[in-house]
Design a protein around this ligand. Structure first.
Ligand code: BGC
Length: 254
């Protein structure tokens, strides 16, 4: 993460399985300036449909400078999507950054959504004082992960697809599964604990940061969580992706 002082408002966009959020982020503080706005993720979530929604959201938020950051639910390398677990399959091999640049006439940085959320938390949120190994997990339609050590990101970790008892972890312990199966917090947290135990066995993190909109209810389920690592809720909760996308846009090496 560069320490050069950055100022100004940068547009951050977070593409999720059910909604697309956007906000103007004051990159000197990590705060969203004004309202975070959102629109439903189009179905099917093809590149043209999705880029149209991003364009409509961007038009409602004038006043940003420079590159736009887009957090995307896929492995991203050089602007191109390589996977599509919760997004239309035609994204695989699509250069989302180039397409969005063409549509919006502005430079665009694409990065994985959980990596974006982790960047926000490590810079201004719950991980800002942690120099050890930190794993950020986002619980939403899927489970996103971002792995940091010494403050440096190891990108595109995809740990939501770790197999737990022969199942994809996110198909068993995501926030969407909690709602779809009507799980109460004890039943859902039992699954999350099993997932955290497996992650701990493999990575020995000093801290897990738990994010996604469900982390706004952290105090309700925190007493049920178990891990040898420290557990903290995401400071930016469901806004982490938007904030981190904007921070990464000004400092792609973050
Ligand atoms: C995707 C990841 C993404 C996560 C959270 C997973 O299904 O494979 O790339 O970070 O969902 O959106």
């Amino acid at each position: 993460m560069s320490t050069a002082a950055a100022t100004g408002l940068v547009l951050g966009v977070d593409v999720g399985g059910s909604s697309i959020k956007a906000g103007l982020v004051d990159v000197a503080s990590g705060r969203v300036s004004g309202q975070l706005i959102a629109a439903p993720t189009p179905a099917p979530s093809t590149p043209p449909a999705l880029i149209q929604v991003i364009g409509a959201l961007a038009a409602q938020l004038p006043g940003s400078e420079g590159r736009i950051g887009v957090a995307f639910p896929s492995v991203i390398k050089g602007g191109t999507a390589y996977t599509a677990a919760n997004i239309h399959a035609s994204w695989i091999g699509t250069d989302g950054a180039a397409l969005t640049e063409q549509a919006l006439g502005r430079p665009v940085l694409f990065l994985n959504d959980a990596d974006a959320a982790g960047i926000a938390e490590m810079r201004f949120g719950s991980g800002r004082d942690c120099t050890g190994t930190v794993i950020m997990l986002t619980f939403g339609t899927g489970i996103g992960s971002a792995l940091f050590t010494g403050g440096r990101l190891f990108p595109n970790t995809e740990l939501g697809h770790l197999q737990i008892a022969g199942r994809d972890a996110e198909k068993w312990a995501s926030a969407r599964v909690r709602t779809a199966e009507g799980l109460d917090f004890p039943a859902w947290v039992a699954r999350v604990n099993e997932y955290l135990a497996e992650m701990h066995r493999l990575f020995w993190p000093d801290m897990f940061i738990l994010g996604g909109a469900v982390s706004e209810r952290f105090t309700e389920f925190a007493p049920l969580l178990k891990s040898p690592a420290q557990l903290r809720p995401a400071h930016f909760a469901g806004q982490s992706g938007v904030v981190g996308a904007a921070l990464a846009a000004i400092d792609p090496a973050a």
